[in-house]
Design a protein around this ligand. Structure first.
Ligand code: UN1
Length: 498
């Protein structure tokens, strides 16, 4: 396949150039010499066209029986499976994660297609007895309309699937603006849906940047639902803009996820979990392990082992099967991570390993940084409080479970959290007390599966959950239906009262 693919917007089933007349390039972050594709730098006119197409497709799509909508998703799952290898390579080339991780991104979308596809045959509501005789009552889910989606580059296929597939099975139509750094995977997902039978206009793709393409989507009056994943800063802006029109908004934002290690933990297991949690996806997961909160009795031994392993990680182009950690996604991210490393040093934390950009050998042409570990971090330092979104681990020493839990909870965010211990009481206390939407026991902070709710508390979200049975809530409106077959006027709360 040519590396120079031109991607046009996908509107009403057709590929169309942006009305702006402008395009932008995306290059492989592991090797900037390689052009991944040329994309439309879309504007409000393109968004208007896409929303019009989605709006026009809605009346027919909502009438397709939900099990039939689900069948399209199930067929798409098979196509994704058959193309997993090719799509993984596309994903690695566009955002940098190693091939084995890119495969996981595709598998997550396959799982979501199967799960959401099956939902077409469930989509349960509640049926309850009436307080009056000869009266029947039930509740049903109904689609809402055009859903606007703004997705990130770090899980470009999985997160697009978390939003798109539940929205579709509920009977909504979609306009998606994928992350500008990784839009190819959205095209691949939509390609499978279209081949599986999705009618024209039901899903539309508009590529481009936040202010020029994302904001018009958020503000469009014909888009009653917005689903956003990205930074807390942008999420807040999305929320504010959408609130003016009373839109339904689901926000999935930052994290500062703690991994607690108690002194009875299996340190071999901890070591593997920390390396995977902190440096997997180059730390660019909202669920990445960014704080290691360790009991002081095991800190020295554990840190030594982490440092030893981190410095041996094979870093390079994710297309090389030997690579364990790929690049950062772009130059801004590289700058941001290096800035936080400088902040950590200035705050007085001890740099135990890493800390520098890599620009030799396999890393000569990309945005690479060393896996970095800081010790002596205190809970008040910025590297202990702010989301870095890179391979930087802050080690905080504590003396007890109480202190560990207090430190873990003392941040603005609350996505995922983890504890390693062999003490069942400690594990259950942590499960209850950690302020997070996702808790892991004896596993790192990453690794959520699609059939449980995904999302966070505090500044991580606004109360919604993606995936799991909860995934339908954002994309459907409840309707309660009362059928009175008594042939008389029965006044609720009045006629049945003695
Ligand atoms: C993210 O952290 O940005 O739980 C999404 C996980 C993946 C999804 C992560 N299944 O790590």
């Amino acid at each position: 396949m040519s590396t120079e693919r031109i991607f046009k917007n996908f509107i009403g089933g057709e590929f169309v150039a942006s009305r702006s007349g402008r395009t932008y390039e995306r290059r492989n972050p592991a090797d900037r010499r390689e052009l991944v594709g040329i994309f439309q730098d879309s504007n409000a006119d393109d968004v208007n066209d896409a929303v019009a197409a989605a709006k026009a497709a809605f009346p027919a799509w909502r009438r397709v029986p939900a099990p039939k909508r689900g069948e399209i998703l199930l067929r798409a799952a098979e196509l994704l499976q058959a193309r997993k290898e090719r799509y993984s390579r596309d994903l690695t080339r566009e955002m940098g994660k190693p091939l084995f991780e890119a495969g996981g991104d595709i598998v997550e979308a396959i799982g979501m297609a199967q799960y959401a596809g099956g939902e077409g045959r469930r989509m349960h509501g509640v049926t309850t007895p009436s307080e009056l005789p000869n009266k029947f009552q039930m509740s049903i889910r109904q689609p809402i309309g055009v859903v606007g989606m703004i997705t990130p580059w770090n899980f470009p296929m999985a997160i697009a699937s978390w939003k798109m597939l539940p929205a579709l099975v509920c009977g909504n139509t979609v306009v998606i603006k994928p992350g500008e750094d990784a839009s190819v995977s959205t095209y691949n997902l939509v390609e499978c849906l279209v081949e599986a039978g999705l009618p024209p206009g039901v899903v539309n793709i508009v590529t481009g940047f936040g202010p020029s393409a994302g904001q018009p989507l958020v503000e469009h009056p014909d888009v009653p639902v917005i689903s956003f994943t990205g930074s807390t800063e942008v999420g807040r802006l999305v929320y504010e803009l959408a609130a003016r029109q009373l839109k339904r908004v689901s926000l999935e934002m930052g994290g500062k996820n703690p991994l607690i290690v108690m002194d009875d933990a299996d340190l071999d297991l901890v070591l593997q979990g920390v390396i995977w949690g902190a440096f997997g996806t180059t730390g660019q997961r909202c669920t990445a392990t960014s704080r290691l909160i360790v009991h002081r009795r095991v800190t020295a031994t554990l840190v030594e082992r982490i440092v030893e392993r981190a410095t041996r990680l094979r870093i390079g182009n994710g297309l090389d099967p030997e690579t364990e950690m790929g690049p950062l996604v772009n130059e801004d991210q590289l700058r941001r991570v290096l800035e936080y490393i400088a902040i950590g040093k200035a705050e007085g934390a001890t740099l135990r390993c890493g800390g520098a950009q890599l620009s030799e050998g396999a890393c000569a042409h990309g945005f690479f940084v060393q896996p970095t570990v800081f010790t002596g971090v205190t809970p008040q330092m910025r590297i202990a409080r702010e989301e870095i979104f890179g391979p930087v681990l802050s080690v905080i020493e504590v003396e007890s479970l109480d202190e560990a839990l207090a430190v873990a909870n003392d941040v603005a965010y609350g996505l995922s959290a983890s504890i390693y211990t062999r003490d069942i009481n400690a594990a259950y206390r942590a499960m209850h007390e950690l302020e997070a939407g996702i808790v892991y026991i004896n596993a790192p902070t990453i690794g959520a599966e699609i059939h449980l709710p995904f999302g966070g508390v505090k500044a991580t979200g606004n109360g919604h959950r993606e995936a799991g049975p909860t995934m339908l809530d954002v994309f459907s409106e409840w309707k309660s239906v009362y059928v009175d077959y008594s042939g008389t006027l029965q006044r609720a709360q009045i006629d049945n009262v003695e």
